[in-house]
Design a protein around this ligand. Structure first.
Ligand code: 5GP
Length: 195
């Protein structure tokens, strides 16, 4: 997706050979026009999948997934990382997820009231690194007896093994920007690699 690649080039910062900072348009400040375009693109890619719900993890997945769910005219569920007094902990699906950026485990939960058997659920997240967050979400959907129709990723770091893990599990992965390398403080996109 060219507008996304342009935003990454112009506003992204390579923090290390493994981490890209995109606080200018996705993770802290949100470019709402770009989010609309991203939402429309996810909706187009999965338009034939009879999606009934979109699911993400708070907080950075919410902006792109909100727009996608809006275009598909289905509800958006965001899995919670922190326990809330408003949630009955006996009535949740949960999965343990290791955070790539925070380097810690958290118990991600979704109320059992929100996903039903028969739901066709699209997962959406901001980044794909090692596939921990996505696998955790997929486990939650499976616990509910619902179907994962695929995952929409805004930025995939293709040099990490998240895509391979998800595809091995039979999950269709659609990423709007695929990064081959962040070496030498430079973003190299997979479709622009010179061999
Ligand atoms: P995974 O679970 O696939 O290992 O990592 C994906 C999650 O970690 C995403 O939800 C995202 O919040 C975070 N993440 C992974 N890599 C990066 C990165 O390079 N930059 C940022 N900003 N977040 C990342």
């Amino acid at each position: 997706m060219n507008v996304l690649k342009q935003a990454i080039r112009e506003k992204g910062t390579v923090l290390s050979s493994g981490v890209l900072k995109v606080d200018q348009f996705l993770n802290h400040q949100v470019d709402t026009t770009l989010m609309s375009q991203i939402g429309e693109e996810f909706a187009r890619l999965f338009q034939d999948q009879q999606v009934t719900k979109v699911i993400t993890i708070e907080s950075s997945g919410i902006a792109p997934s909100f727009m996608c769910a809006h275009v598909l005219e289905v509800p958006l569920i965001f899995a919670r990382k922190k326990k809330s007094v408003t949630m009955n902990q006996d009535n949740v699906y949960s999965s343990k997820v290791y955070s790539f950026t925070k380097k810690e485990y958290s118990e991600v939960t979704v109320s059992k009231d929100l996903i039903q058997q028969g739901d066709r659920v699209l997962l959406v997240d901001d980044f794909l690194a090692n596939g921990e967050a996505a696998s955790g979400l997929a486990k939650i959907v499976e616990q509910a007896g619902a179907t994962v129709v695929g995952i929409g990723i805004v930025i995939e770091k293709s040099f990490q093994d998240g895509r391979a893990k998800l595809e091995q599990a039979g999950i269709r992965v659609e990423s709007l920007a695929r990064i081959a390398s962040l070496e030498n403080e430079t973003v190299e996109f997979l479709d622009e690699v010179v061999t």
